[in-house]
Design a protein around this ligand. Structure first.
Ligand SMILES: O=C(O)CCC(=O)C(=O)O
Length: 260
C-alpha cells in the first residue's frame, strides 16, 4: 500500500513537472463539496425570498436562484458575489488534508493561503472569461500551486479549463509583452503557446486540476444551461519568501492589470 502510494505520488510529481499541471481524481472529500453547496443554498434561498419573493424549498437545487438574482442589478450582483467569496466552506477546501498533503508532495512545505474563491460562470456570459494568462497575480513565491476544483462535472459544454501542456517552461511572461482584452483582463498573445498542445480539462466533482503559476491557461464559455461553480485555491510556500526582509515582492512586476 505504502509502495503504491509512493509510486502514485512519484507519478503525480513527474507529470506536474513535465506538463505544468496534473489532474487528480477524487481529491476533495464529498462532505467538503456538500458543505459548500449547502452554504450557497442557504445564502441564495434567503436572498431570493427577500428580493424575488421566491419560496424557500428544502429540496430545491442549491443554486436555483442565482441567475435571477444576478440579473436584478449589477451593483447588487457585485455585492452578492463578494459575499459568496467569503463563505467559510471555501476555507474547508483550503485547509483540506488531501489538498495540503498533495501540496507537500509537490514540494510546497508550508502552503500559505494566497487566496481562495469561487468562480460563478453563468451560461452564455463571456465578459468575465479569463483570456490566456499565467497566475501571477499577488504571487509571493515561485513555489506556488493553484488548485482548480469544480463543484459539478465540467466538460466542453460548460466551460472546461483550457491549459497549454508544458507551457510553464516558458517561465514568467513579462507585463509589457501582454495585452489587455476588451474586458480589462490581462491576456497572453496566442503566439506564445503555438507549439504547445491545448487541452480542455474534463473532470468530475471532487477531482482537481493542480497547476503551476506559469502554466498558460484560460476560460471557455459555459454553453450549457446550468451555472458552473469552481472553487480555486492558491498557495505560496511560506518557507520561500526570501524577500520579506526588504519588502520588495519581485513578482508584482509580472502583472499588467490591477487585479490582485
Ligand atoms: O475557471 C476558469 O474558467 C478560469 C480559471 C482561471 O483561469 C484561474 O483560476 O486562474
Amino acid at each position: 500500500m505504502e509502495k503504491l502510494k509512493k509510486q502514485n505520488s512519484r507519478r503525480i510529481t513527474k507529470k506536474f513537472n513535465q506538463d505544468g499541471f496534473v489532474v487528480i481524481k477524487d481529491l476533495v472529500p464529498g462532505e467538503v463539496t456538500k458543505k459548500a453547496t449547502s452554504e450557497i443554498k442557504s445564502i441564495l434561498d434567503i436572498e431570493a425570498k427577500r428580493n424575488l419573493n421566491e419560496e424557500v424549498r428544502r429540496r430545491g437545487q442549491f443554486d436555483e436562484h442565482i441567475v435571477k438574482l444576478f440579473r436584478l442589478d449589477e451593483e447588487y450582483r457585485g455585492r452578492l458575489y463578494e459575499v459568496l467569496q467569503d463563505m467559510n466552506s471555501l476555507y474547508q477546501y483550503a485547509t483540506c488534508k488531501s489538498i495540503i498533503d498533495i501540496s507537500n508532495e509537490l514540494g510546497v512545505r508550508a502552503p500559505n493561503i494566497r487566496n481562495v474563491g469561487v468562480r460563478i460562470d453563468i451560461p452564455g456570459e463571456d465578459e468575465y472569461l479569463q483570456p490566456l494568462h499565467q497566475d501571477v497575480n499577488s504571487m509571493r513565491t515561485e513555489n506556488c500551486l493553484n488548485f482548480w476544483v469544480p463543484i459539478q462535472k465540467v466538460g466542453p459544454e460548460n466551460g472546461a479549463l483550457r491549459v497549454f501542456k508544458g507551457s510553464h517552461e516558458i517561465g514568467p511572461i513579462h507585463a509589457e509583452k501582454k495585452e489587455l482584452n476588451k474586458d480589462g483582463y490581462e491576456s497572453i498573445p496566442k503566439r506564445f503557446v503555438e507549439e504547445y498542445e491545448e487541452i480542455h480539462c474534463t473532470i468530475e466533482p471532487g477531482d482537481a486540476v493542480i497547476f503551476h503559476p506559469y502554466l498558460v491557461h484560460g476560460s471557455e464559455t459555459n454553453r450549457s444551461d446550468k451555472v458552473r461553480w469552481t472553487v480555486i485555491v492558491r498557495y505560496d510556500d511560506a518557507t520561500q519568501m526570501d524577500w520579506l526582509r526588504d519588502g520588495e515582492n519581485p513578482y508584482t512586476s509580472l502583472r499588467k492589470d490591477d487585479a490582485n
